[in-house]
Ligand binder design. Structure first.
Ligand code: NAD
Length: 362
């Protein structure tokens, strides 16, 4: 019987992946390692499967004597306010996490990894095929995420080449749906939270920047096929997303049309906010014949709105985290820091590479 490990399995996408894995009958152990940074225990609380073991720990320090046939590496925030607040932790989750996980694979085992359309940076061509090398600022505000994804792709392809393991890498474009955190901080989530609280949707810039919005069930269908269902010779990277490109303004206007009393407010543009994102799905159609992102964003947004409403009525926070910036002892507003929360966080800063715990655990 096979043994499977999922890092970040209590997150938004991870919880759907774990649900789908539990439908399989060919494994006896499914270990999910998650430190609940952006994920929530509630996301998996409904699953009753004796094969499932949940471990609350950083993937970088997780240790076990067990080796795994399949590993799915999802551990990393996906939302800019979350990864920009803790950029070093983001690099560590992706890259150190990836390096650590490779050592837990059985010979010829398979590691699947969720990379991102952010590897294309602010793209100069549209749609973006997998062969496009990207337009990324390697020290810019998004670099902790973009570059750690790029380097982890490199790591896994090199391990495939030199160690004989199998790597399956997807580049996901924007995914949304139920189980997104109401304080996620990306455009659809912000608009939904704002529609249900202040009633004012903040559009950055003119709102003409476009995104491809993939409904989570559709995207996880494709991931399931690529990671474990289909017999596939192509290892990736594989773009997965919805190739219907929609402007941020269009989404805001749609939400304003379905939630009474909502209005739009325009704010200055966000630095280095990509102007467009749209997957070229040519390879995806060859590798996963018949797969399409079939949920319209109108249906998907309505279902996600219902989810946000239930979470907000239950008292969920809707305010995404703000970035930490240290400027000569001044805080983000230019005022002297008197030793508040931010100073405490800096005092408590973790070493860049956490020590690996002794073998044990799952
Ligand atoms: N959601 C999207 O639009 C999108 C787009 C592109 C790529 N992705 C990628 O897909 C994956 C899942 O994204 P998501 O939207 O579910 O994000 P998420 O933030 O909901 O899930 C990430 C999970 O990883 C956990 N985690 C983070 N660092 C960890 C660490 N060091 N050790 C253990 N657990 C850790 C978090 O607690 C969380 O449960 C991520 O790798 C993300 O980069 C997502």
């Amino acid at each position: 019987m096979r043994k499977i490990l999922v890092s970040g399995g209590s997150g938004f996408i991870g919880s759907y992946i774990v649900e789908r894995l539990c439908r399989r009958s060919d494994f006896d152990t499914l270990v999910v390692v998650d430190n609940y940074w952006t994920g929530l225990p509630e996301n998996l609380a409904h699953i009753r499967d004796p094969r499932l073991k949940l471990v609350n720990q950083d993937i970088e320090t997780f240790a076990t004597a067990e080796k795994f046939d399949e590993i799915i590496h999802l551990a990393s925030p996906a939302s800019p306010p979350w990864y920009m607040r803790e950029p070093i932790r983001t690099i560590s989750a992706n890259l150190i996490g990836g390096m650590h996980l490779v050592e837990m694979l059985k010979p010829r085992g398979r590691i699947s990894f969720t990379s991102t359309s952010e590897v294309y940076g602010d793209p100069l061509i549209t749609p973006q095929p997998e062969s496009y090398r990207g337009s990324v600022d390697c020290t810019g505000p998004r670099s902790s995420y973009d570059e750690s994804k790029r380097c982890t792709e490199s790591l896994l392809f090199e391990c495939q080449r030199t160690r004989g393991i199998e790597a399956r890498i997807v580049r996901l474009f924007n995914v949304y749906g139920p189980r997104t955190r109401p304080d996620d901080g990306r455009a659809v989530s912000n608009f939904l939270s704002q529609a249900l609280t202040s009633g004012v949707l903040t559009v950055y810039g003119d709102g003409a920047q476009s995104r491809s919005w993939g409904y989570v069930e559709d995207i996880v269908d494709a991931m399931e096929r690529f990671f474990w269902l289909d017999q596939i010779d192509y290892q990736g990277p594989l773009n997965i997303g919805n190739d219907r490109e929609i402007s941020v303004l269009e989404v805001a206007e749609f939400i304003a049309s379905i939630v009474p009393g909502v209005r739009l407010e325009f704010c200055p543009p966000v630095p280095q906010d990509p102007t467009n994102r749209r997957p070229d799905l040519t390879i995806c159609r060859q590798v996963l014949p018949g797969w399409v992102a079939r949920t319209s964003y109108e249906d998907g947004v309505r279902r996600t709105l219902d989810w946000f409403r239930s979470q907000i009525e239950g008292g969920a926070n809707t305010e995404p985290p703000s970035p930490i910036r240290l400027v000569d002892g001044d805080d983000e507003d230019g005022e002297k820091d008197e030793g508040g929360d931010r100073a405490r966080e800096v005092d408590d800063a973790q070493p860049l590479v956490a020590p690996i715990a002794a073998a044990g655990g799952a």
